[in-house]
Design a protein around this ligand. Structure first.
Ligand SMILES: [Zn+2]
Length: 307
């Protein structure tokens, strides 16, 4: 089974304008394209509130299941929701219900919201939430507010995905350092923590945490960017991530729809790049077929309880 352990659904009702604006600024900086072009591409090729586009890309790539991660942007955007969190969860729920054999809903609720822990429980019961996502811009994973939510996740047996790795401006990157999950993972040994993006630039720190904590894992969402930046070096980096994090500790992820229009690393090609690693003698790096199978699905299936 191939599992994309980290994908999103974006759209005008799910994603606040403030985040889209920040992303457009970032997209312009890295692509040297004008803002109208980047904004148009985001709206035309990313927005998919009903999950149809995601499923079509998964079919093309041969991906069986995807974890869809809802993000609570409200406090980041500096406004309370134009559309309530409840309404947004209903939209996610409808999409996931439509493809209930393919999509699994994880969700972010900003822990600083009043009653955030209670909301997690409600999301489990009403909208089928199966994991919690901490998008830690402005809130440190060791904060007491987060601990209240972790307690609820321990009670409900929910995995906790924590964003790690530099954020785009104006969000602060400091709280996204993998090391801040060190203490929470000690304090909640019964909770499975996944360091999303494997810490990006702090990937050795993330891998080291996975190695030292039985309940800490990493995912490779947005690592397509590492491939794009240094394609020749990518097999060595992934090999090091596997070796430093430990067997069965690394989950395949995409951060879909990010980079879906970059042909070299779209969903189908991202899977193909990974599938081609065992036996690729030109890279000078060894992967076994078993390791790649574990990475593409087996590890997440087991650790996250996906059937
Ligand atoms: Zn993501």
């Amino acid at each position: 089974m191939i599992i994309d352990s980290h994908a999103h659904l974006y759209g005008p009702r799910l994603t606040p304008g403030a985040w889209i604006n920040a992303f457009v600024d970032y997209g312009c900086a890295i692509s040297s394209r004008p803002p109208e072009f980047v904004r148009g591409r985001v709206e035309e090729t990313w927005f998919d509130e009903c999950g149809d586009l995601l499923i079509s890309d998964m079919d093309e790539a041969g991906i069986d299941k995807a974890v869809v991660i809802a993000i609570d942007f409200a406090l980041y955007a500096g406004v309370d929701d134009e559309i309530s969190l409840e309404k947004r969860y209903e939209i996610y729920h409808q999409a996931v219900q439509k493809y209930s054999d393919r999509l699994i809903l994880y969700g972010g609720i900003d822990p600083r919201r009043p009653h955030s822990a209670k909301f997690v429980e409600r999301a489990v019961n009403e909208w089928g939430l199966r994991g919690f996502k901490l998008w830690c811009t402005g809130v440190n994973p060791g904060d007491r507010a987060c601990y209240r939510v972790y307690e609820k996740c321990a009670e409900l047996n929910l995995p906790v995905v924590v964003h790690t790795g530099q954020e785009i401006a104006p969000a602060s990157s400091e709280p996204t350092r993998p090391i801040y999950v060190d203490q929470p993972s000690n304090d909640f040994p019964e909770v499975t923590f996944v360091l999303a993006h494997a810490g990006m630039a702090w990937w050795e720190e993330a891998a080291s945490l996975a190695w030292h904590h039985p309940n800490v894992y990493v995912d490779t969402a947005y690592w397509q960017s590492k491939y794009l930046q240094e394609p020749e070096d990518f097999p060595r980096k992934l090999r090091a991530l596997f070796s430093l994090a430990g067997s069965g500790k690394v989950f395949f992820g995409s951060d879909w729809p990010a980079l879906r229009t970059v042909t070299k690393v779209n969903h189908a090609n991202w899977v193909e790049i990974i599938q081609a690693l065992p036996g690729d003698e030109t890279s000078g790096v060894d992967f076994t077929r078993e390791e790649i199978d574990l990475f593409l699905g087996g590890a997440a299936q087991q650790a996250l309880g996906i059937d």
